[in-house]
Design a protein around this ligand. Sequence first.
Ligand code: 1QQ
Length: 393
Amino acid sequence: MKKSSRLLPSLLSIILGASLLAGCGGGSTSDSGGQAGESGGSSGGGEIVAKIGVVSFLSGSGAAYGEAQKAGLELAQAELNKANEGKLKIELLFEDSGGKKESAINAVNKLINQDNVVAIIGPTLSGEMFAAGPIANEAETPIFGISNTAEGINDIGEYVFRNSLPESIAIPTAMKKAVDKLGLKTAAFIYAANDDFSVSGFQTMKKTAEELGLENLGESTFSIGDVDFSAQLTKVKELNPDALLISGLYKEGSMIVKKARELGIQSTIIGGNGFNNPKVFEIAGDAAEGLIVATPFSPEKQDEKVQAFVKAFEEKYGKKPDQFAAQAYDALYIMSQSLLQAGEADRNKLRDALAQLKDFNGVSGKLSFDENRNPIGEAVVVVAKGGKYVPFE
Ligand code: 1QQ
């Protein structure tokens, strides 16, 4: 794979000559306007043309995540291209990974070597980022996670960024608030053992429970793709925990919530980042009532910037944005700010500009990166009520 990913740039460098060799590693100084061999576009005539690849979960069991991300990105693209006319033009190239590692790897290779993008946004799942991130990192192409919340994402390398709030910040916020308010004493856990994000979220839940003095009554697993959770939930019913902690993606997670209530489980249910999508209400229906999660974004937040975004999103798509749309929207603003700072669509200059980001004021909160390019941010705790999430107070 390494060999083939380098084949195209080296062929091009022979064809196009030494002056464009740097361009294959990320430069774009020609004024001929986005020809092959330049990464990410051109800065001809003063306007930076930046090609940005997007790898997203656009089909399959988590397609609502990808749909929200695409909507957020396209809204930001339209606003940014208008606001920066003559200075910066962003082109988005979407690739559907279907939530599969292999597809994410193929998409990243294609975007870097064939499409010559200046950067990549995505892939959606942490597991996909763990698989595909190293390829972008090795090709010195910035790759920017907008929904990767597992531990260890940024350890892939210095070209890897994310604005998605890690579960290690979100989950403890939700659990602490629930324990404080509801006086929970015992907990049981259920998580998707074949998904990196869900495993990492479970580990955070377990550690947090220990810290909060919640007694661990039991742990069980399922797989992404499962439809029957009766065995695990029958056990949970017997354990009768005060809190049931679920780490999974929305489809299976919502089916678990539904089944749990059907079986008469009364526990307070606390979920991870996978539940931050309106599909939860479609799948779990009334059973979602009372579900507690943490999120960096709430469309209910009374903040001028948030409400302007919610209004623009509703006008364009006829529904409210979720956290996945919000983080995608913010990411493109961050990219464009950093591209303008870099002065050209150059992979290395963009990476350096991204690394310097401080106090970015987005719809999903203020964002700075720590020394490992992890976002420093805050989560709000929300509870499902009447078919939507409202602040948990
Ligand atoms: C991750 C996640 C998922 C919920 C994204 C859809 O947070 O994989 O990290």
